[in-house]
Write a protein that binds this ligand. Structure first.
Ligand code: SF4
Length: 324
C-alpha cells in the first residue's frame, strides 16, 4: 500500500466535489473489500475517569468537572460476562479502555493481561486502549493474545497542543511504533470537531497514511460535546465533514478498516448509510462508547437489515492474502 502520499495529493482528494469524492471512495472500497461487510466492535470502559491527562474533549480527565462516576479497574469475571454478551449480539472485536496516562508494570496491568487472555479464548479479536505503552509492555500484551491496540493521534501535529498539553505528538507516535514492533495490529485515528481547520484534518490523515505501514483500523470520531469539558460549546460536527473525512481515509488507505466511531448516536440511519457508502466499514456497537451514548445492538441490527449489511467475521485479515 502507498505510504508516500504528499499533503498536496491528499488535499486534492479531500477537496474534490463531494459526490465525486464519494463515488471514488465507493469504487476503491469495492475493489479492495467486501462492501456488504461491516466490522462490529464493542468498547467497554474497564477503568473509568480520574485520568491525569488534559485532553480537552474527554470527560474522563480528572481536572474537568463533568459529573462522571469514577470506577476502579473492573474484575475479570465482569469483563468476560460483558464480552460474551457482546459476542452473542454479533460483535467480533472487543475493546477494553482504561483511563490511564500510560500503562504501568503493576498488578492492574497483570489483571489486564489476564482479561486479554480470557477474551481471546472466547474467539474474539481483543483490543485495548490504555494510553502510552513501552515496547516490553506491548510484547507482554501480544503474548497474552492481544490482537489490536488503539492509540489515536487525535488531530494534526500542528493542532495537537491546542487540545492536549500533557503529552506530545511524538509520544503518541512512539507508542504506535512499539505496538507495531510487537506484532499487534494498529488502530489509530482521530476526532473532528476539535476546532481544527481543514488543513489539520488533511494533516492528521497524512500522519496516518505515511506511517511505515497503514494502521489496520482508523477510527473517525465526531466530537461528542460533554458539559464540563473545555470543548463543550464547540459547534456540532457537520455530517458532510464526516463523510468527506471517511471518503478520503478510504481512498488513501484502501485496505484499512475505517471506523465510523463516536458521534453515531446523533446521526440518522440515512446519514450513517452515506458514511458506509463513502467507505466506512466498521462500527462500535453497544449502547455506550466508554462514557458517551451510542446506538444499542438492536437498533444496529435493524439498520444492518435495512441497508443489506452483514457483520464481518473475526480474524478475517489472517485469511486475506496479498494485503500489506
Ligand atoms: S482521552 Fe484518554 S488520556 Fe486523554 S484524558 Fe481521556 S482517558 Fe485520559
Amino acid at each position: 500500500m502507498k505510504t508516500d502520499w504528499s499533503k498536496e495529493e491528499i488535499a486534492e482528494i479531500y477537496n474534490a466535489p463531494l459526490l465525486e469524492l464519494i463515488y471514488k471512495a465507493a469504487t476503491i472500497h469495492h475493489k479492495y473489500q467486501d462492501t456488504a461487510e461491516v466490522q462490529v466492535c464493542t468498547l467497554l470502559s474497564i477503568k473509568t475517569g480520574g485520568c491525569p491527562e488534559d485532553c480537552a474533549y474527554c470527560p474522563q480527565a480528572a481536572r474537568y468537572n463533568t459529573g462522571l462516576q469514577v470506577q476502579a479497574l473492573m474484575k475479570k469475571e465482569e469483563v468476560l460476562a460483558y464480552a460474551k454478551k457482546a459476542q452473542e449480539a454479533g460483535s467480533t472485536r472487543f475493546c477494553m479502555g482504561a483511563a490511564w496516562r500510560e500503562v504501568r508494570d503493576n498488578r492492574d496491568f497483570d489483571h489486564v493481561l489476564d482479561m486479554v487472555k480470557g477474551v481471546n479464548e472466547l474467539g474474539m479479536e481483543v483490543c485495548c486502549t490504555m494510553g502510552m505503552l513501552t515496547e516490553d509492555q506491548a510484547k507482554k500484551l501480544y503474548d497474552a493474545g492481544l490482537y489490536a491496540y488503539n492509540h489515536n493521534v487525535d488531530t494534526s501535529p500542528e493542532h495537537y497542543a491546542d487540545v492536549i498539553t500533557t503529552r506530545t505528538y511524538n509520544d503518541r507516535l512512539r507508542t504506535l511504533g512499539n505496538v507495531r514492533k510487537a506484532g499487534i495490529s494498529v488502530c489509530s485515528g482521530g476526532i473532528i470537531g476539535l476546532g481544527e481547520t481543514h488543513e489539520d484534518r488533511i494533516g492528521m490523515l497524512y500522519t496516518l497514511c505515511t506511517l511505515p505501514k497503514h494502521p489496520e483500523s482508523v477510527p473517525i470520531n465526531a466530537l461528542v460535546r460533554v458539559k464540563g469539558t473545555p470543548l463543550q460549546d464547540n459547534p456540532q460536527t457537520d455530517i458532510w465533514d464526516m463523510v468527506r473525512m471517511i471518503a478520503t481515509a478510504r481512498i488513501i488507505m484502501p485496505a484499512t478498516m475505517v471506523r465510523l466511531s463516536a458521534g453515531r448516536a446523533e446521526m440518522s440511519i440515512a446519514e450513517q448509510a452515506l458514511c458506509f457508502m463513502a467507505g466506512a466499514n466498521s462500527i462500535f456497537a453497544g449502547d455506550k462508547l466508554l462514557t458517551t451514548p451510542n446506538p444499542g445492538f438492536e437498533e444496529d441490527n435493524l439498520m444492518f437489515k435495512l441497508l443489506g449489511l452483514k457483520p464481518r467475521e473475526a480474524f478475517k485479515d489472517e485469511k486475506v492474502i496479498g494485503i500489506s
